[in-house]
Write a protein that binds this ligand. Structure first.
Ligand SMILES: [Zn+2]
Length: 206
């Protein structure tokens, strides 16, 4: 999936003071996509997130993962987490495209860090965020399923490789067999010629 890089917001701190990333925090914007993008770049907001997802499923990176975004309302939590905003347009229901992008993004982040916890913003401080109807089980179930699909893909690849090897071996064997047959035929021809010569010579001696 494509991520638009747009990391110009002043609302971020360079680095994470050496804190490893182990948490993802989920938010929703309580507003429109472009309004929220503009707000999260506005110094007055004193707020940002690493990613924002539009209702069309567009993923925009506002802060590099190496830096601390200002999203959780808690410095220690900001340092250890990646913050994702999903556009709600003040509606409870998430769109299918936004859901797909969010699940993909969380899975992608989990590939790069040992994520121990996925939190809602409201698990960290007293807020309604995310207002959007996001379910944590989407991410719990996404993991074993993806692992299963990955293993399935690997197995299919291995079977294809074996098939190719078998076809090559069988073609080699057929080639060798035909080479051996032609050598045997040549030897047989030579032998027949020699027998004929021998017979001719025997007849001459007589
Ligand atoms: Zn929030």
């Amino acid at each position: 999936m494509n991520i638009i890089r747009d990391v110009s917001t002043p609302n971020q701190t360079v680095g994470r003071s050496g804190t490893p990333i182990d948490t993802i925090i989920l938010h929703s914007t309580y507003g429109s996509y472009w309004g929220s993008v503009a707000w999260l770049k506005n110094p007055t907001a004193q707020a940002s997130a690493h990613y924002i997802i539009s209702r069309d499923g567009e993923i925009r990176k506002l802060v590099s993962e190496a830096n601390t975004a200002w999203h959780a309302g808690n410095l220690a939590m900001n340092r250890r987490s990646i913050g994702i905003e999903t556009t709600d347009d003040r509606l409870k229901d998430i769109t299918a495209k936004a859901k797909e992008s969010l699940i993909w993004l969380v899975a992608d982040i989990k590939k790069r860090y040992t994520i121990k916890d996925i939190k809602f913003h409201r698990d960290v401080i007293n807020t309604q965020c995310p207002y959007l109807d996001i379910r944590k089980e989407w991410f719990i179930s996404a993991d074993p399923l993806q692992e299963c699909l990955r293993q399935h893909g690997e197995l299919v690849g291995q079977v294809e490789d074996l098939k190719k090897q078998l076809q090559e071996a069988s073609a080699n064997f057929a080639r060798q067999l035909s080479e051996q047959a032609s050598i045997a035929q040549t030897m047989l021809n030579n032998y027949r010629d020699r027998v004929r010569d021998a017979i001719t010579r025997l007849q001459e001696i007589k």
